[in-house]
Design a protein around this ligand. Structure first.
Ligand SMILES: Cc1cc2nc3c(=O)[nH]c(=O)nc-3n(C[C@H](O)[C@H](O)[C@H](O)COP(=O)(O)OP(=O)(O)OC[C@H]3O[C@@H](n4cnc5c(N)ncnc54)[C@H](O)[C@@H]3O)c2cc1C
Length: 277
């Protein structure tokens, strides 16, 4: 009972702080990129993340209220997509501070979009049976294999890749988790056209694609544990409405073309005017 009251009080305090911050900072004439930079660096884009990872360390229930409050205020919400939902919390859990400052910063500010390169044609439910392999070459890895059902791969700048790095080890112990650059000749994303005409999913072909040692998230050959973190965040994030609750306003990253648009064009339509404004 006491915990519930404490959480409610903390939630009210955080929402009051957010409201005052929005009054001071929301400007519909800012570009989406400039607005997301303010929102993300203030810890409002991914508030469940710890404070060393551009968050505020709040409970998911409060994060949902934060997303709803941003929408109700009439401001543009946090970047949508798998970067905020999956990659950011996984890197906050397993990455170094340098990786957090490289990858998570670009996620919460919407600069980079991510996709999830887990499933393969022969490795869906049996994910640990994956055959995409990464072979060491100096301080880089060469990646060969095929992924499938890559949601939003066509707008991704980076991918959460799991690949086999120790073929002779038991299957759960020979996998490494990488942050791979999607903008390279060895990565080909082919859309899977649905009956609706839309193509949200893709096949992703990796042919001598390269990824540096520095892009390993967690330890080499410990990718199964890291992937399970991602899947845990997927379950809890989707279960609460998609990461930051009512957020997820527009597609982030360099390909979608939203960053230079004015924020006013993408903010929620048809909502009540700003509270108190
Ligand atoms: C909306 C959506 C988005 C997705 N986005 C992504 C993405 O971005 N990136 C990504 O990597 N993946 C993505 N996926 C893929 C998803 O993770 C896989 O679909 C999932 O892992 C299941 O794999 P599969 O489709 O190959 O099914 P299969 O593994 O072929 O399973 C088919 C059926 O057989 C059953 N089955 C399998 N093995 C057994 C067994 N041993 N005993 C009894 N029954 C069994 C399963 O329960 C299932 O009903 C997405 C899926 C969906 C639905």
């Amino acid at each position: 009972m006491t915990d519930t009251i404490d959480a409610a009080t903390k939630g009210d305090d955080v929402l009051d702080e957010l409201h005052a911050w929005l009054e001071d900072n929301w400007d519909p004439d800012l570009t989406v990129a400039a607005w997301w930079e303010r929102l993300g660096l203030a810890g409002w884009a991914a508030p469940t993340l710890p404070t060393n990872a551009y968050g505020r360390g709040v409970a998911r229930s409060i994060a949902v209220q934060i997303g709803n409050e941003i929408n109700a205020f009439g401001a543009l919400g946090a970047p949508a997509g798998l970067g905020l939902l999956l990659a950011a919390p996984t890197i906050a859990d397993h990455g170094s501070q340098e990786q957090i400052d490289t990858y998570v910063r670009d996620i919460v500010t919407g600069q980079k979009a991510w996709c999830q390169l887990f499933s393969e044609p022969g490795a869906g439910s049996d994910l640990a049976g994956l055959t995409c392999k990464a072979t060491k070459d100096g301080d880089e890895w060469i990646v060969d294999g095929q992924k499938v059902w890559t949601s939003l791969g066509q707008t991704a700048d980076l991918g959460m890749l799991i690949a086999r790095t120790a073929p002779d080890a038991p299957k759960h112990q020979g996998i490494t988790y990488f942050a791979i650059d999607m903008h390279q000749p060895g990565v080909e994303v082919r859309p899977l056209r649905e009956m609706t005409g839309h193509a949200m999913f893709n096949e992703t072909f990796l042919t001598e694609a390269r990824v540096p040692d520095a892009a390993i998230i967690g330890d080499r050959n410990n990718g199964w544990a890291v992937a399970n973190s991602t899947l845990g965040h997927e379950r809890s994030g989707l279960g609460s409405g998609g990461g930051s609750g009512g957020a997820g306003a527009a597609t982030p990253g360099t390909i979608a073309g939203n960053l230079e648009a004015p924020g006013r064009r993408l903010r929620p339509q048809g909502l009540a005017p700003q509270r108190g404004g």
